[in-house]
Unconditional design. Structure first.
Length: 350
């Protein structure tokens, strides 16, 4: 059965030989290319709960089924619009999806349509950590971005494989989360005077913070830091667990999902642990995870591949081990951390 890496290799061969699965890699823009801001439009401005919410739509980047990528910037009332303030960017979760060969959206259509202003107002401020950031004396502006391609913010802006939905002009819809997210951040940094800015992702958004931060750093506008809460791309771990009965995605998903993600993001040479270890991602990171996360096989023991080593450890710990080691190797001067939380799938031994 094909592992994720074999799928990526097979996809590359199909692309370069026949040109039928996706555009040739030469047509895919680099991770560090700028997002397209030329078609961003202000849709609405709402005042609520002491904040002004500006809701935007980017017509350069469609959603998988209906509508376009949107984002919202929230500014506390009374704050001077020209004041230099930090920015907190939230990348929400919701898993990862694809379309079957028959054009069926998997696992559902729910994350593949335009996100509303009301939804993003909640995403910008709701939650314990975001509440603390919003109340911080530094005066953060708060921002929420969309994931309406269900692509963990890693879509390379290519025609979406197997997607039967079309744009109003009849053209195919694209899978574009990487560049749509970068365009939203670029716009926010230009719209308001900003000093520090942070990416904060939960679940699927956690996976997305890494390639988005890597791309922004290549553009010369690196985030001040990222908070990745639960997930990190680790291809060796994916190969080990992809077909697991406990939490694997199965054969079809292992074939279809990689087609929708930027080839550099799913290249094992660019796993976040290697980016950190090799100094290609210098943005400080807070890698946070629950060792009992059932969506990632929790504490189930697996033979964990880490570089040239194979160590038996819990599945979630294995996913994060390369990042943990890369941060540890930086020594006491490191501004990053990898932190496992005491949330377990079963009571810890006495």
């Amino acid at each position: 059965m094909r592992t994720l890496r074999r799928t990526v290799i097979a996809l590359t061969l199909l692309v370069t030989t026949f040109g039928i699965q996706a555009p040739a890699e030469a047509a895919i823009r680099p991770v560090g290319a700028f997002g397209d801001m030329t078609r961003i439009e202000l849709v609405s401005t709402t005042v609520a709960d002491g904040w002004r919410f500006e809701y935007y739509r980017n017509l350069a980047y469609p959603c998988s089924i209906r509508g376009y990528q949107t984002f919202t910037i929230a500014t506390r009332l009374g704050q001077e619009p020209d004041a230099v303030q930090p920015l907190w960017v939230f990348m929400h979760g919701g898993g990862v999806g694809y379309f079957t060969a028959a054009g069926r959206p998997m696992p559902s259509a729910g994350q593949k349509v335009e996100e509303s202003a009301a939804l993003q107002r909640g995403n910008a401020l709701a939650g314990e950590l975001k509440g603390r950031i919003a109340d911080d004396p530094a005066g953060f502006r708060m921002m929420a971005v969309s994931m309406c391609d269900h692509d963990i913010y890693a879509g390379p802006d290519i025609p979406d494989p197997n997607n039967p939905n079309r744009l109003p002009n009849g053209q195919p819809r694209t899978v574009n989360g990487l560049f749509a997210t970068k365009a939203a951040v670029q716009y926010a940094l230009g719209r308001f005077p900003t000093d520090d800015y942070f990416l904060y992702g939960g679940s699927a958004g956690s996976f997305g913070t890494w390639p988005v931060a890597w791309g922004l750093e290549q553009m010369g506008i690196p985030p001040t830091g990222i908070v990745a809460d639960s997930g990190v791309m680790n291809i060796a771990w994916q190969e080990t667990t992809i077909l697991s009965a406990e939490c694997g995605r199965g054969e079809e998903a292992s074939v279809e999902i990689p087609k929708r993600l930027h080839p550099d993001v799913i290249n094992p040479a660019n796993d976040p642990g290697r980016l950190i270890a090799q100094g290609r991602l210098t943005t400080p990171v807070a890698d946070v995870f629950s060792v009992g996360d059932p969506g990632q096989c929790g504490e189930m023991p697996i033979s964990c591949p880490v570089g040239s080593d194979t160590v038996t450890m819990g599945s979630v710990e294995c996913m994060h081990e390369p990042v943990r080691r890369a941060i540890e190797a930086q020594g006491g001067a490191s501004r990053s951390l990898s932190m496992d939380l005491c949330v377990r799938s079963q009571p810890a031994p006495a």
